[in-house]
Ligand binder design. Sequence first.
Ligand SMILES: CN1c2c(nc(N)[nH]c2=O)NC[C@@H]1CNc1ccc(C(=O)N[C@@H](CCC(=O)N[C@@H](CCC(=O)N[C@@H](CCC(=O)O)C(=O)O)C(=O)O)C(=O)O)cc1
Ligand SMILES: N[C@@H](CCS)C(=O)O
Ligand SMILES: [Zn+2]
Length: 766
Amino acid sequence: MAITHNLGFPRIGAQRELKFAQEKYWRGEIDSTELATCGKQLRSKHWQQQSPLDFLPVGDFSFYDQVLDMSFALGNIPSRAVNQNNANNTELDTYFRVARGRSSKDTDNSCIHAGEMTKWFDTNYHYIVPEFTQDSTFSLHSEKLLLQISEAKSHGANVKPVIIGPVTYLHLGKEKDTSNKLALLDRLLPVYQQLLAELANAGVEWVQVDEPILVTELDQEWKQALEHSYQFLKNSPVKLLLATYFGPLQDNLAVISQLPVSGVHLDAINAKHEVADLIKSLPASSVVSLGVINGRNIWKTDLSTTLNWLEPIANELQERLWIAPSCSLLHVPVDLESEEQLDPEIKSWLAFAHQKLDELTTLQTALNEGRNKVSSELEANQTAINSRHQSTRVNNPVVQQAVANITPSLGQRQSNFNTRSKLQKEHIKLPLYPTTSIGSFPQTAQIRAARLRYKKDQISESDYTLLMQQEIQYAVDQQEALGLDVLVHGEAERNDMVEYFGEQLQGYAFSQFGWVQSYGSRCVKPPILFGDISRPKAMTVKWTQYAQSLTEKPMKGMLTGPVTILNWSFVRDDQPRSLSCYQLALAIREEVQDLEKAGVNIIQIDEAALREGLPLRQSQWQEYLQWAIESFRISANGVEDNTQIHTHMCYSEFNDIISAIADMDADVITIETSRSDMELLDVFDHFNYPNDIGPGVYDIHTPNTPTQAHIVELIEKAAQRIPAERLWINPDCGLKTRQWEEVIPALQNMVSAAQTLRQQKLKAAS
Ligand SMILES: CN1c2c(nc(N)[nH]c2=O)NC[C@@H]1CNc1ccc(C(=O)N[C@@H](CCC(=O)N[C@@H](CCC(=O)N[C@@H](CCC(=O)O)C(=O)O)C(=O)O)C(=O)O)cc1
Ligand SMILES: N[C@@H](CCS)C(=O)O
Ligand SMILES: [Zn+2]
């Protein structure tokens, strides 16, 4: 008898109800009761939808982030966020203050900095990093989880709370002083023990304890921490299902098999080859939960092939076999049925969260009652799988041939950087410390509303073009007035830096409602890469040309690079990622060349997700970097020497991959550095990185205006590491999430900082 369960359900809501409620609360348009009601309704709806499963997840809902929720449950709240001055301060306000730097009640815009945010393993979800000091203490605050357990039970459900395990929790966090966070483990474990006791009191039988760090390379001390922790929790009054996901266990399989837990969940999509060894290594009483439905993509599961593999395992394990998606469904959209505009053939190949759970229950019925009980479901599934395999829309021989014809020369510039740099200086006249921005300007409600009207056919294409041109004109005027040196068109016409390109490339499909949470209330709608990629026509040229027509200053063309498009799309599972990336590289190369032909002298190719896309295990980095860097080079290097190629990356910890970054050979790289006080530049200095660098001089994630003096200070620090002649001045990242009222004074200070430094340099020279 196989048992079904789910590791987590998307909480944002099929219509992004949670996002809209969060943002209304932050704007003061609804109160905390209304926000709580929205949360309760969503949870209730989601449990209802998961009701065919044997165990429902509880604790996967969050008003911002599940890691932050864990910090609150463990009483690990940064003291700066606890506002003692405000008697009306609620826990919700404190919570949002940690998440966002301020809460809806902080009308004074007080400068409490938000908790650091970083990506959740190799996904596009971002969590709030727990903070530790040597004085950190922990205390249990389980009220919210207990309340949700009783809510779930009122649905008559078998509940399975989901918590982040103690070792992963510590591993994910950051020491804010010189302490060693592992030393905190013994303070943390009693709180976990207390939590498990409270869950038992609430009638819980199983608790899912997530320890995804088990799919990463772990030092001996972290392996020991796992052993120590689960020995400590061994006599807990609930059964523990230790959940790992996102990859194989490799040498950690030996660790996990020694842990005294009642069950283990393995990602059987990415670690199918480890299933037999895991079963062998676990005690005969242990539950084996297999993640057999891919929780990271949107493709239908091949149910018959899965059953061929799973049936013997089910026979062997009997009631010890649990089946589930490979990981939480947080990373996929909610419901395919909402999609009305997807091509029916492509739609028939897809499964979102709802459909994945349907697949799971079909597998369960087939295993427990025989395939003939679900013969029509299996037949329909097989038809869809065959249709995808055989579709002529997937394969494009011309594209396949073009990839086969790739030679190293495609990734080579004509001359080396020194020669190019001289030519570019003659061609594009720029002052010392040239100022620029990263590309996007505020995506105002007006811009989004215009796009929505266009998508709903309420305005014509020409009206929409006109509206976007007005936005471009506005952005250009502002930049002229500010005195920036290299201008951008502002990206008003782009819904998202990846989806926008997906919408225009052949081989991509895109959804209407396929939203996935990226952080807090912010969502992305990853385009669906289903076939060979080609570019039917130019994608950005007319907007850039229009922008250039409005100014004498150089206008930077703005593209997203192949690696970032790949990493932030739902990708094919029928060919290696590297192959899809090369196809994207060829398409972007054509766009770069068209921009150059149209007279655009500076072209930025954003690779925001190149560093982020590194595999979880360092042993796989080289292989990834080889094809990723080559793809970037293919996209960028088909231009004349006097065309200047820029790239941009927001997450700029380059210590381990600086030679790969240098191999990209972009003429200019703009990076995020302001919060590190320019220390992230050390590695460029030590490596003698040869090309130009624009270290971000202010953090775009906060509404605070950087002062001119602070920017000057940062640039001076940068100039201690990189020769001034090779420095550019720009913000850390794009400005799409900011408002014009914030952008203007910040850029004013940035431009005047550059002017001050130029004058200082002149004086010093005379
Ligand atoms: C740099 N980042 C990105 C990542 N991944 C990407 N694919 N793209 C990125 O930029 N990963 C790492 C980071 C994550 N950061 C962000 C930052 C900001 C957002 C964000 O603002 N998301 C928006 C949605 C953006 C979008 O696609 N907008 C569309 C649709 C707009 C919309 O919702 N329209 C409403 C009506 C609105 C109105 O009337 O005013 C509707 O359709 O109902 C568009 O502009 O057309 C968000 O709101 O969450 C994401 C990740
Ligand atoms: N050109 C993009 C890069 C973001 S990482 C922007 O400015 O938004
Ligand atoms: Zn960026």
